[in-house]
Design a protein around this ligand. Structure first.
Ligand code: ARG
Length: 458
């Protein structure tokens, strides 16, 4: 029975199924690098304050280095009976270096150890996710710059509303993903606090110096309260919430790409390498990447709910429930990272069909608001102008003519304020150029926004 790490007080071995049921090594082994790094820092600190001899420290640091190499070479044997990544590595260390290995866990508990490992892991992943996000943001800016003059219909209710520039539309995606990046930066500060030293829940009797460990591990701050530190998983929830927002944004973006790539829209072509075919219909080219990203958003939202529910009933401090934080968190990380990577690769390769977008904007009375504004600028109250233009549109629907296709005489049936300068505002270029203020769709504004955007992500 005492073959296990805590076998001392037990008189029978753990039930075989219970051992497997309670183990986490199947999934927490992905934190091996952080676990080893944390142990090296802990041993280094213990030696510095005189709790561990320098000989033992050297053996431990060496041994852990060898174990790291073993794991990376695929030669490490993960044992479910040793429960988790922490005890697997510690057990192997003792196998390799003997008694010194048994001293590593002095002044530490798996409770502060695991909390430290997750934070180190998530900190690294946030940096990798931000790198993908930056690639995507850059791709959006580059494409917006190329498409600053491209005119497309802007939609409300998915009905043609007013002409916009494609560059402006792309920069809308830039803005919401940029906010996501700010959220990651902000929450990273709260991830980057060190629980190590809290031990099981109350702290430890050894004269530890947590500042040394924190500095070795690159933590910005150390936790203030040991009970809180071993049981807090807010940071994982916050991350999953930010990841959910990223997925929600990518899902909306995906929805547009799926629509735009359809035969009915044809606004963009997705390169073949981001699509797949059908096993039965030879003509099919399906926009799998955006469809899948749209679908994957659901699992990340689910993980957010799982983590909130995981935490809501837990009394202080550590409870085994917390072991359930890992799979949702890891899957949220993998999903958001993969989705961003796919989008960062795909966006620069989008092929807009400018002629199709322009033609779509030309139909559907997209410049009706411009005509109303024209009348207002000539003294008509806006509500009357709205009515006049509504009648002109009604006539257009019946006669099959868009506003710009009508003759001056036809337009003048609805108001004698209309003169032949009206055609300048009824054109698509006139419409977008007129919205020439910060945040507006005019090509000149898109170019200026592109410059600011480059600055903001620099
Ligand atoms: N595998 C555990 C987890 O993920 C490590 C901490 C276990 N602590 C304990 N007291 N059983 O939470």
């Amino acid at each position: 029975t005492s073959s296990s790490m805590w076998g001392g007080r037990f008189s029978e071995a753990t039930d075989q199924f219970v051992a497997e049921f309670t183990a986490s090594v199947q999934f927490d082994q992905r934190m091996y690098r952080q676990d080893i790094r944390g142990s090296i820092a802990h041993a280094t600190m213990l030696a510095r304050v005189g709790v561990l001899s320098t000989e033992d420290r050297d053996l431990i640091v060496d041994g852990l280095g060898q174990i790291l190499a073993e794991i990376e070479a695929g030669q490490f044997e993960w044992r479910v009976d040793l429960e988790d990544v922490h005890m697997n590595i510690e057990h192997r260390l003792t196998e390799r270096i003997g008694i010194a290995g048994k001293r590593l866990h002095t002044g530490r508990s798996r409770n502060d150890q695991v909390a430290t490992d997750i934070r180190l892991y998530l900190r690294d992943e946030i940096d990798a996710i931000r790198a993908e996000l930056k690639r995507l943001l850059t791709g959006l800016i580059d494409l917006a710059e190329r498409e600053a003059d491209t005119i497309m219909p802007g939609f409300t209710h998915l009905q043609t509303a007013q002409p916009v520039t494609f560059g402006h539309h792309l920069l809308a995606w830039f803005e919401n993903l940029k906010r996501d990046d700010e959220r990651l930066t902000d929450l990273r500060r709260r991830v980057n606090r060190m629980p190590l030293g809290s031990a099981a829940l109350a702290g430890t009797t050894y004269p530890i110096d947590r500042r040394i460990t924190a500095e070795l591990l690159g933590f910005e701050a150390i936790s203030e309260n040991s009970l809180d530190a071993v049981s807090d998983r807010d940071f994982a929830i916050e991350f999953t919430a930010a990841a959910s927002l990223i997925m929600m944004h990518l899902s909306r973006f995906s929805e547009e790409l799926v629509l735009w790539a359809s035969a009915q829209f044809q606004f963009v072509d997705l390169p073949d390498r981001f699509c797949t075919g059908s096993s039965i219909m030879p003509q099919k080219k399906n926009p799998d990447v955006p469809e899948l990203v749209r679908g994957k958003s659901g699992r990340v939202f689910g993980h957010l709910m799982a983590l909130l529910t995981l935490m809501k009933g837990q009394p202080l401090a550590y409870n085994k429930d917390n072991q359930e934080d890992k799979e949702p968190l890891f899957d949220a990380v993998d999903t958001v990272r993969g989705s961003l990577r796919a989008f960062a690769d795909m966006v620069p390769a989008l092929q807009p069909r400018r002629d199709v977008m322009r033609e779509a904007a030309r139909r559907g009375f997209a410049t009706a608001t411009d005509l109303a504004d024209y009348l207002v600028k000539r003294g008509m109250p806006f509500r009357d102008a709205h009515e006049v233009v509504g009648k002109a549109v009604g006539y257009g629907v019946q006669s099959g003519k868009d506003l710009a296709d009508m003759s001056l005489a036809e337009l003048q049936q609805f108001s004698d304020v209309i003169a032949d300068d009206v055609f300048a505002v009824l054109t698509l270029e006139g419409s977008v150029n007129a919205r020439d203020h910060i945040g507006g769709t005019a090509p000149a504004q898109v170019r200026a926004a592109v410059l600011r955007a480059r600055d903001r992500i620099a």
